[in-house]
Design a protein around this ligand. Structure first.
Ligand code: UT7
Length: 346
């Protein structure tokens, strides 16, 4: 059976590190609170030249170099992001241009923190149909541009970064063994980010649409623009999201383990979405995987949404932790809600 196998990984983090101590000067918070409640010590903040597509392209180059694949050989580019610097072209098309993947078709997917796993599932199915194709799956975010730096509930949590994987077809038993993906739009209000402010009234405030016909002259002020509180920042009901994240990820992991005919203790590594260290330790306990087998880098980068999982894959891979044949479990949870889990034989 042909399965999607990860042939190379790469990641790219912006240079600038923002520490908890620095945040203490910005909002009413403390290093002690952030570390104890989340596990985060610092996060990276993108500057000029580190736009989402730029760091995504660099992560892709590093993944292609490891896989020994040229840009011309890439058939498809899938980028999971909600913070591309453009809405059109897609971030994936920007990456395509940047790396010179002239033979690829490229598109973005929007699934918040679960987007990379959604992308891997798509890639796995694509190579099942076309085993010779090489597919770039990327997760990349510039969340610092979309957090409210006056909201201590969110601004301490997020960071910027990108990770990438080259996926190809393999029939030796390695690759994606099972995937379970879910979403529930009814819970969208608990974690959301409206479209960025725009002169288009429909986009400016999508939850309170104003009929443009009511305005005789186009008057942005009357239509509520510009506004600072129109929800274009990330907004989150942290405690509710926490509860749902634990239950949903546990459920998807149970299901994917069952699909693969495996039990928790058989897993060699969990490479999870990094949103909160307490969620991860909780999860490990519930499914019987010890802390030492859960890859953690949240202390360095915070929550980089779609990028956390591919960055974790790349760091674990480059640190030599992943051995051929290892059973790897990845899982994520994010706005939408979206969530899912996947098991890969490395
Ligand atoms: O990746 C997408 C999915 N996202 C997640 O999975 C995030 C899930 N949620 C979480 O990780 C946690 O809920 C948070 C880290 C966001 C918050 O931790 P918590 O233990 O759930 O805290 P809380 O929201 O229940 O707030 C406890 C207290 C509150 O004060 P009062 O009302 O008890 O006086 C907050 O106002 O902590 C306060 N607080 C803070 N204090 C200092 C909230 N943020 C901060 C802060 N610094 N940055």
């Amino acid at each position: 059976m042909i399965r999607g196998v990860i042939e190379g990984t790469g990641s790219c983090l912006p240079e600038y590190q923002l520490t908890n101590d620095q945040l203490e000067k910005l909002v009413d918070t403390s290093d002690e609170w952030i570390t104890a409640r989340t596990g985060i010590a610092s996060r990276r903040i993108a500057g000029p030249g580190e736009e989402t597509s730029k760091i995504a392209a660099e992560a892709a180059r590093r993944a292609m170099a490891m896989a020994g694949v040229t840009a011309e050989e890439i058939a498809t580019i899938i980028v999971g992001t909600m913070t591309s610097e453009t809405t059109m072209p897609s971030c994936a098309c920007l990456v395509q241009k940047e790396i010179g993947a002239v033979n690829a078709f490229a598109f973005d997917i929007s699934a918040a923190c679960t987007a990379f796993i959604y992308g891997l599932e798509l890639a796995d199915n694509m190579v099942k149909a076309y085993p010779d194709r090489k597919i770039l799956v990327i997760g990349a975010e510039n969340l610092s541009a979309r957090v409210n730096w006056q909201d201590r509930n969110t601004c301490v949590l997020f960071g910027d970064g990108a990770g990438a994987a080259v996926v190809g077809g393999d029939d030796t038993g390695r690759g994606v063994l099972a995937t379970r993906l879910f979403s529930d739009g009814r819970l969208g209000d608990l974690l959301y980010m409206n479209a960025a402010p725009s002169m288009n009234p429909h986009i400016n405030n999508p939850y309170e649409k104003t009929d443009p016909a009511e305005a005789e002259d186009f008057d942005p002020a009357r239509l509520g623009f510009p506004r600072t509180d129109n929800g274009s920042y990330i907004k989150m009901s942290g405690r509710e999201v926490f509860k749902n994240a634990v239950l949903a990820m546990e459920d998807s992991i149970d299901k994917v383990l069952e699909d693969a005919g495996l039990s928790g203790p058989e897993i060699d590594w969990i490479l999870p979405h990094q949103a909160n260290i307490r969620i991860l330790h909780n999860l490990g306990e519930r499914i019987g995987v010890p802390k030492e087998k859960i890859f953690i880098n949240i202390h360095k980068y915070g929550n980089t949404s779609a990028a956390t999982v591919p960055i974790a894959f790349d760091e674990a891979n480059r640190q030599g932790l992943l051995k051929k044949g290892d059973l790897i479990l990845t899982c994520a949870f994010g706005g939408g809600f979206t969530w899912g889990a996947e098991i890969i034989r490395w």
